[in-house]
Design a protein. Structure first.
Length: 265
């Protein structure tokens, strides 16, 4: 079985401090606030514990380039790599001095997991700047510097080589999220993945893989769990595989996502 966990970033600083964007060099890219850092660490530990209880572990983390996602993923990666066992780890409140086994996880940036590139998600201020923005993010080495040393997979190539174009519609963005989730799962079919992205991406991970659902709330650090059966092609020397469709394992309200069935009437 292959599992894919799709997680939203933690609490944004510009939402707790509305004046944050003033005079910032990257006003569209706020960091987490203290609550967001703590939530990312806590949820990362919970994801690890839940997976261990079910008898599986995560192997690879793919991350939106936005700072709030990188910081969320860094905390989650620390939880997944922590040496203390699951029961002891749950009691640890601060990851800064926790010993890590960084061989457990591989990390890379995936631009296809980016925020919706439109006014609805990024705001009017960014919308006015969008046509003049030549560079949305620092260079890749600076993005990768947020993660624990030894976790970056330098051989990994993103499926999206750059940030999606401005301005995509909400439906186009949701379709992008669904397609990138499937593409990443197909790229690493024998690994369990954690994808750290944005609220619409987490919603799409449920609504696109289980039809007939309407997503009405995705909390900070909410996450979904997808699962599918993957089989190797025995006569294929190049690592071919076949896979069933993903099933959504996440129940409404259990991990910060709330949804309801769309009535036929």
């Amino acid at each position: 079985m292959q599992r894919v966990v799709v997680m939203r970033h933690g609490d944004r600083l510009d939402h707790s401090e509305p004046m944050w964007p003033a005079n910032k060099p990257w006003p569209w890219d706020p960091p987490l606030d203290d609550a967001g850092l703590l939530r990312a660490w806590t949820v990362g530990k919970c994801i690890r514990a839940a997976a261990a209880k079910q008898g599986w572990a995560l192997h690879r983390v793919l991350v939106s380039p936005f700072l709030r996602c990188r910081q969320t993923a860094a905390r989650a990666v620390a939880a997944l790599c922590a040496v203390p066992d699951d029961d002891a780890l749950l009691a640890v409140g601060d990851p800064d001095n926790v010993p890590l086994d960084t061989s457990r996880i591989k990390v890379s940036i995936e631009y296809g997991l980016s925020e919706m590139m439109n006014t609805q998600a990024m705001g009017v201020i960014v919308s006015k700047l969008a046509s003049s923005i030549n560079k949305w993010f620092p260079d890749l080495p600076e993005l990768e510097a947020d993660f624990p040393a030894g976790t970056i997979d330098h051989s990994a190539e993103p499926i999206y080589p750059e940030v999606p174009k401005w301005e995509e519609s909400v439906m186009e963005a949701r379709s992008r999220y669904a397609s990138i989730i499937k593409a990443l799962a197909d790229k690493y079919p024998h690994e369990n993945l954690l994808l750290v992205t944005h609220g619409e991406g987490v919603g799409a991970s449920v609504s696109y893989f289980e039809m007939g659902l309407e997503i009405y709330d995705v909390e900070y650090c909410a996450y979904s769990v997808l699962e599918r059966q993957v089989s190797a092609e025995l006569d294929d020397e190049h690592g071919g595989f076949t896979a069933d469709s993903f099933k959504v394992l996440t129940k409404s309200g259990s991990t910060g996502i709330r949804y309801a069935s769309v009535s036929e009437g």
